[in-house]
Design a protein. Structure first.
Length: 373
């Protein structure tokens, strides 16, 4: 099935003219005069010259006309407070371990990458805000004594503490990044150390796409063969000959990092570094897979049919999501980036959406006209 790519040329960007026809319009008096005399109707001009009375609260103004239902809803929204214990579904006497266990369970359930249902993202933010408070002894003490009002100083005086919370930061600190969501908890307070660079950018593919001048102008379909790396089917991406060949690293306990603590005049300082024995993976492979040599990836080629949009320019980059290298173990795929190279056309050059050509004619042809092929 052809993959359609949307391309927007740079010439589609429009600029706005200056707001007033002359420099005198920049003065405040000219501003009102310009709009009331030229742009606005006579009724609108009357509105600018008329003084609007401010309603008296004691004479049936805006407040007296507000319905009882409206007043009740305003009072309810003003007095409603978030119960962080109910959000995390724990009791007020819950221990830190119970709070962490409940947060882990709810974060898995409502994480936006796993739950695409309506309201899941907002629920995830509420859970993260509750955990950020209840997992900190000082903040929890303030919340237990004064409610959310006691946390205003923690967030610049904001009445809603969750506005100052970045859910992704809390999630990454607890799970050790998005990959930790699918793994087990480490032994250091629930944090799963994972130091190996597992960014999705490593899965992206760059492909240089060469096309003729006509293909760039009119567009069309083009079949390409993209070199890529895929997960080894024999070892399922583990790089091991069998599951018994995978051992937990004894140096870091399978966490991928080691913690070194040192007592200083300012307190105990802890430093986390990558485990040198396992390279941050937390696992040691004793017998490597013969098909992939222990890398977990094999080289392959993928045949694709792409749709070239009309008017694509030389040097443009087109992105096709999900068509990069596949990481079967993590269940994700990178993106394919097509870098366009347009062959030159003799006698014709292009500037944006315009084509230009230079020809030589004699004096007679210039006067009488002619047709040149």
């Amino acid at each position: 099935m052809p993959i359609a790519i949307t391309h927007t040329p740079h010439s589609s960007i429009s600029t706005f003219p200056p707001p007033f026809p002359n420099s005198s319009a920049l003065r405040p008096n000219s501003f009102l005069k310009f709009h009331t005399s030229s742009s606005l109707s006579s009724g609108a001009s009357t509105f600018f010259n008329k003084t609007l009375p401010f309603p008296n609260p004691n004479s049936g103004g805006f407040l007296r006309r507000r319905s009882p239902l409206r007043r009740a809803s305003l009072r309810a929204s003003a007095t409603a407070a978030t119960d962080y214990y109910s959000t995390l579904k724990v009791g007020r006497n819950a221990t830190l371990q119970e709070i962490k266990a409940s947060y882990r369970k709810l974060a898995r359930k409502y994480h936006p990458d796993l739950n695409k249902g309506p309201g899941a993202e907002e629920k995830f933010k509420e859970i993260s805000a509750a955990y950020e408070v209840l997992s900190d002894d000082e903040k929890r003490s303030l919340y237990d004594r004064f409610g959310e009002a006691g946390l205003q100083g923690e967030n610049g005086g904001s009445s809603n503490y969750s506005q100052g919370v970045d859910p992704s930061v809390i999630f990454d600190a607890f799970f050790g990044g998005s990959d930790g969501l699918f793994g087990g908890m480490g032994e250091q307070g629930g944090i799963n150390f994972n130091f190996r660079n597992r960014g999705n950018q490593a899965l992206d593919i760059r492909y240089d796409l060469y096309m003729s001048f006509e293909e760039a102008i009119f567009g069309g379909q083009k079949e390409i063969e993209v070199p890529c790396s895929e997960t080894c089917d024999k070892c399922d991406g583990t790089g091991a000959k069998s599951s018994s060949s995978i051992k937990s690293c004894t140096a870091c306990g399978g966490r991928g990092g080691v913690v070194k603590s040192e007592r200083t005049p300012f307190g105990v300082m802890s430093q986390v570094s990558t485990c040198l024995k396992c390279g941050g993976d937390g696992k040691i492979v004793t017998d490597h897979c013969q098909s992939c040599g222990g890398s977990g990836q094999v080289q392959s080629k993928r045949n694709m049919k792409i749709v070239i949009p009309p008017g694509v320019s030389d040097g443009a980059t087109m992105q096709i999501q999900g068509e990069g290298n596949l990481d079967k173990k993590r269940g994700i795929a990178g993106d394919l980036y097509l870098v366009v190279h347009v062959n030159k056309k003799h006698g014709i050059w292009r500037d944006g959406l315009h084509l230009y050509s230079k020809i030589n004619i004699d004096y007679t042809e210039a006067i009488l006209g002619t047709v040149i092929k």
